[in-house]
Design a protein around this ligand. Structure first.
Ligand code: TYD
Length: 133
């Protein structure tokens, strides 16, 4: 699997409170090497604005909502994440930014790689040349 896609996660409904999860390889197409989260994002702020050469990510709105704007070099795709049981899979070589964070939103992001500043492509024109040849 190497397509941008929304993955619906299991939802164990319980009157004591619901529970969802993801694990490799059943819901997630990669083994997790790193987990980070975005929180306390001031209104109007934008995170991201880059692509990764090799890294894949999976993003979940654990709380609140936000928009993930993706560009594959040809087309833009906008995903509004607002449920903790939907995750967005982003393969490598996809431009991505996250915006329109609601108050107290919490974005959980897991990646198949450790943090590596050299894996970032921060220039959109450079990104387009890379993916379009
Ligand atoms: P960055 O990925 O550039 O954030 P954004 O693209 O949302 O603006 O990360 C911001 C800073 O955090 C940068 O200095 C690197 C550091 N960072 C880590 O040290 N480890 C990580 O796993 C991540 C994602 C970032």
């Amino acid at each position: 699997m190497n397509q941008i896609q929304i993955i619906q996660l299991p939802k164990i409904i319980d009157k004591r409170g619901n529970l969802s999860f993801f694990e490799y390889p059943n819901q997630l197409p990669f083994n997790i090497a790193r987990t980070y989260w975005l929180y306390d994002v001031p209104g109007g702020e934008v995170r991201g604005g880059h692509a990764y050469k090799e890294q894949q990510e999976f993003i979940i709105a654990l709380s609140g909502s936000f928009d993930v704007v993706l560009h594959d070099g040809q087309n833009e795709h906008v995903f509004h994440l607002n449920r903790s049981y939907y995750g967005l899979y982003i393969p490598k070589k996809v431009w991505r930014l996250i915006q329109n964070f609601s108050t107290n939103s919490l974005a959980l992001i897991v990646s198949d790689q450790k943090y590596n500043a050299n894996d970032y492509i921060r220039n959109f024109e450079e990104f387009k040349s890379l993916v379009n040849g």
